[in-house]
Ligand binder design. Structure first.
Ligand code: COA
Length: 323
């Protein structure tokens, strides 16, 4: 059977680093409060004029290079993003042009912080059916553009960045020893919209809007929902949670990462955490954490990975893959 195999990973973080101390100069907060409640120490911010497609471009080029592919090989681009360059066209088609990829299909997925797990699971429907031979799956965000810089409850939490993977079909035996995406679980509950949303949009007030969040409620749902998605994705893949080599969570808050690990009995040493340096980069956070784990040598080919996320919607989900 065909499997969707990750053959290359790349990430990009904008140059500017904003520390907690920098934010303490504009809102009533402290480095100590932010570190204690979230684990975040700094975040990256895109430069004026740097659009989300610019971040995605560098991540995509790095992923293609890691896979030994060129833009000419790419036949599908899916970008998980909630902060597109323009209302339309999709970031994926803008990226197709910037990348110089002459063929294929391209579209965005809007599932906020779950964007990457939604995009990866969607791509599997093409790659594992032989409909795409070289897919770019990307999470890219400029979340700092959605911040209300007077709201200390949200503006300290988010950052900008992009991460990309190349997915190619690979022949598997239909066992959990196969390389590739082995299973996933996706969920949504539109009834919880008020907990996390942006208060503007094209067909309402015509504005971009600002991010609004009931942080403690989101926190509570995150631990429960993510844990359920992890169990469901593991069951879909036919593996035990205890077999997983690395958990690569959406990086929202160190306490959420620890809460999920405790609930599932996961050794915290098996959790890749980038939240201190990257903060919450929404759909970009999982591929950025994967890239980090690969580059520092912790994650190795052949290992079993579990990716998980929850975001606005609410949406949540998890994917199990063997690298
Ligand atoms: N600095 C100092 N104080 C802050 C603050 C900040 N940056 N942000 C909020 N506070 C204050 C609040 O105003 C409140 O003060 P009050 O008691 O005087 O009203 C107090 O801290 C407690 O607020 P609360 O929201 O209950 O704190 P918390 O322990 O839940 O921590 C979050 C707040 C936002 C850090 C936490 O809820 C969280 O991380 N939630 C998940 C958010 C998330 O990850 N969302 C994205 C999911 S994709």
């Amino acid at each position: 059977m065909l499997r969707s195999v990750v053959t290359g990973v790349g990430g990009y973080l904008p140059e500017e680093v904003v520390t907690n101390h920098d934010l303490a100069k504009i809102v009533d907060t402290t480095d100590a409060w932010i570190v204690e409640r979230t684990g975040i120490r700094q975040r990256h911010r895109a430069a004026p004029g740097q659009a989300v497609s610019d971040l995605a471009l560098i991540a995509a080029q790095r992923a293609l290079q890691a896979a030994g592919r060129t833009p000419v090989d790419v036949d599908m681009i899916i970008v998980g993003t909630t902060t597109p360059d323009l209302t339309f066209p999709a970031v994926a088609t803008i990226l197709q042009r910037k990348l110089g990829a002459p063929q294929g299909i391209a579209f965005d997925i809007q599932a906020v912080c779950s964007g990457f797990v939604y995009a990866l699971s969607t791509a599997d429907g093409f790659v594992a059916r032989g409909r795409s031979r070289c897919a770019l799956v990307i999470g890219a965000e400029t979340m700092t553009r959605l911040m209300d810089w007077t709201d200390r409850g949200t503006c300290v939490l988010f950052g900008d960045g992009a991460g990309a993977v190349v997915l190619e079909p690979g022949q598997g035996e239909g066992t959990t020893a196969d390389r590739g995406l082995l299973g996933f679980a996706l969920c949504a509950d539109g009834g919880k919209q008020d907990l996390l949303y942006v208060d503007g949009g094209v067909s309402t007030d015509g504005k971009v809007g600002k991010l609004r969040m009931q942080g403690n409620q989101v926190f509570r749902h995150a631990v429960v929902n993510i844990s359920e998605a992890v169990r469901a994705a593991a069951a879909d893949a036919g593996v035990e949670v205890s077999e997983v080599d690395w958990f690569i969570p959406h990086q929202a808050n160190q306490r959420i990462l620890e809460g999920v690990a405790r609930r599932l009995g996961i050794d915290e040493k098996k959790v890749i955490s980038t939240v201190a340096e990257h903060a919450n980069t929404s759909a970009a956070s999982i591929p950025l954490a994967l890239d980090q784990g690969l580059r520092d040598g912790r994650i190795k080919p052949g290992q079993l990975l579990l990716l998980e996320a929850m975001g606005g919607g609410l949406t949540w989900g998890a994917c199990v893959l063997r690298l």
